[in-house]
Design a protein around this ligand. Structure first.
Ligand code: NAP
Length: 586
């Protein structure tokens, strides 16, 4: 077998010491150019990554690239071999590499090169961070709320290839065994496939996902599964996932049930919440409430669907990055294909490969270089400097070639990005968003019901417990700030001299302040609050509450116990309960 891969004469190998990746300042990193559009995007990205490293570390650090051959380029060098053994050895030797897309040769007898790479290097986790960059066209109203990292198991599930074609001898043998010895019942002539999900495979994937959440200060890890139907495969994934969290990360994780039962919905500092969601609801949640998810751990098939669906929410697979990882060896890769019709036209978007490189720099611990790219990129898109795919979605954009996009990005990075200021800004934004999520969790009783698996029956099950209260003598302006800061539609007004509680709503601001021609900074809360409020005891059933609301044309009730208002229920809470849990007419 001829040898073509040459380790660079300069640079030092990345190594593993104990459990740790040791990255020297002059590391050797592998790259595969890829087929089709691969050379165009790889050429552009190599220049961008090098420029980011140069700018971030002033020449102290530099990547020494080692080209590894796979796909069509390999076939031309290795006498028709698309996946030479030498390449496999090189990936293991350099530990960190990045690859462009590869053509899967059509015809019998070829394994997909990507599948082969994953299997042969045991790259068991497919990692896909999905977030929005401002300016990138998206079908969502608020794509900025999407910021998740998906850990998809890469080696098990129905992708194992244990399948038996209908009508074959093997199929009939297995069908007979299942019917006669296992009591299974299914249609005659069915094709059969096996879905192995193991404790080992699940735990190493979930372990990696939780470790990532720990290392990157993420708030939660969600186990995605369909365990309600496939109990011993998908259900087992859920159970083993919780086991890893409890047994190996017990000091830094809590379950969602604990969050509500022990911590009253307030996430303790430094703890990651482990939760689980049924796969189908996850697709809905990622559209309606994406901000509630952070790190996702999934099995192979669910993860395959979910990765592309979530990527589409923020601009499509054209810019979604990815990596396939084992414990240490990692191959970062563009997630799109070779788009052969655009090959060598210097036309396509380098975004997917570019951000896979950003992931790679982060994996190497070179955060500053990664940040430079991440911060410069949206500036360029917002200015409308984009490749053809975005240009057709952004009015007035300037369409540039792949190489010109790289030039512009490099110029932007060199032109001075104030990393410190941008980081501070991002940090502040993060803190603000966390606080908003926290408030919502505290105020939305439905979250608790879903998390703890209960079904609401009385108003105490759906009432908002953490009420925002104001005093009578405060100005309306103060009350308005309290509503805005806490993201609520109403505040409870503390009892007046006669001991009666009151309520002040956003609607009151519209009707009694704006429409009523009053000044919020001089009007007192007592002047416009509604009193008395309609109160019911906590054990009131949902139906009784609905009766009271409709008979009196109210939109909210306060819940009183021992002369104190302890919660509130609105029409909206009842609506959400019925929407989430259904309603049976007795
Ligand atoms: P594809 O190569 O991803 O291309 C499909 C379409 O996606 C393109 O026609 C283009 O859309 C858009 N697109 C893809 N990459 C883009 C980029 N960088 N910038 C802008 N637009 C981009 O999918 P395919 O045509 O199904 O597959 C072609 C070959 O790639 C096959 O041999 C397949 O096996 C292989 N493949 C490899 C990988 C991998 O190596 N990881 C992954 C998937 C597929 P418009 O036509 O609308 O402009």
């Amino acid at each position: 077998m001829p040898r073509h891969i040459r380790m660079p004469d300069t640079g030092e190998k990345i190594r593993v010491e104990g459990d740790r990746l040791v990255v020297p300042d002059q590391p050797v990193v592998g790259y595969v150019e890829g087929d089709g559009i691969g050379p165009d995007i790889t050429r552009a990205c190599l220049r961008i990554w090098d420029a980011a490293v140069e700018k971030a570390y002033g020449g102290k650090r530099k990547i020494h690239w080692c080209e590894i051959y796979l796909g069509e380029k390999a076939a031309s060098l290795y006498d028709g071999q698309y996946f030479p053994q030498e390449a496999l050895e090189a990936f293991e030797e350099v530990i960190v590499s990045i690859k462009g897309p590869l053509t899967t040769p059509v015809g019998g007898g070829f394994r997909s090169l990507n599948v082969a790479l994953r299997q042969d290097l045991d790259l068991y986790a497919c990692v896909r961070p999905v977030r929005h960059y401002s300016g990138v066209p998206s079908p969502l109203k608020h794509p900025g709320k999407v910021d998740v990292v998906i850990f998809r198991e890469n080696t098990e599930d129905v992708y194992c290839g244990i399948e038996f074609k209908s009508g074959t001898e093997e199929n009939e043998k297995l069908a007979r065994f299942l019917r006669e010895e296992m009591g299974a019942d299914f249609f005659e002539g069915a094709g059969l496939g096996i879905k192995p999900i193991s404790e080992f495979g699940t735990k190493r994937l979930v372990r990696k996902a939780i470790q990532y959440a720990v290392d990157h200060g993420r708030e939660s890890v969600t186990l995605v599964h369909k365990g309600n139907i496939m109990k011993f495969t998908e259900g087992a994934f859920r159970s083993w996932g919780y086991e890893v969290a409890r047994d190996e990360f017990g000091d830094v994780t809590i379950t969602e049930e604990q969050l509500y039962n022990e911590y009253k919905g307030k996430q303790p500092e430094g703890k990651i919440v482990i939760k689980d969601r049924i796969a189908d609801i996850m697709f809905q949640m990622m559209l309606l409430r994406p901000e509630e998810f952070d790190v996702l751990a999934t099995m192979n098939l669910n993860g395959d669907y979910l990765s592309d669906a979530i990527a589409a929410e923020v601009g499509g697979v054209g810019i979604a990055p990815g990596a396939n990882m084992s414990d240490h060896v990692a191959v970062f890769e563009a997630t799109h294909g070779t788009a052969p019709k655009y090959a060598n036209l210097d036309k396509v978007n380098p975004g997917s490969l570019l951000f896979s490189g950003v992931m790679m720099l982060e994996y190497m611990g070179w955060q500053e270089a990664a940040d430079l790219i991440t911060l410069a990129y949206p500036e360029l898109i917002t200015d409308g400097v984009v490749t053809y795919d975005f240009a057709r979605q952004i009015t007035g954009a300037t369409e540039v070639k792949t190489s010109e996009f790289a030039d512009a990005l490099i110029e932007r990075m060199r032109g001075g990005i104030d990393l410190e200021a941008k980081r501070k800004q991002q940090q502040e934004q993060l803190v603000k968003e966390r606080r908003q999520r926290e408030i919502r969790r505290l105020l939305e009783p439905m979250e608790e019901m879903i998390a703890t698996g209960k079904v609401p029956t009385a108003v105490s099950d759906l009432m908002t417990r953490s009420l925002i209260t104001v005093r009578d003598e405060e100005t309306v302006e103060v009350a308005m700030h309290a509503m805005a800061d806490n993201d609520v539609n109403s505040v409870v007004v503390e009892p007046d001299d006669s001991g009666q509680w009151g309520i002040l709503t956003k609607r009151d601001i519209v009707t009694k302040i704006v429409n009523g021609g009053r000044n919020p900074s001089t009007t007192r809360v007592a002047d416009i609050a509604t009193r008395p409020v309609m109160s019911v005891p906590p054990e009131t059933t949902i139906r009784e509450a609905a009766n009271i609301l409709s008979a009196n044309q109210f939109s909210r009730l306060t819940i009183e116990q021992g002369g104190r208002v302890i919660g509130m229920v609105t029409e909206d809470d009842i609506f959400q309960t019925v929407e989430k849990f259904g309603w049976s007419v007795e």
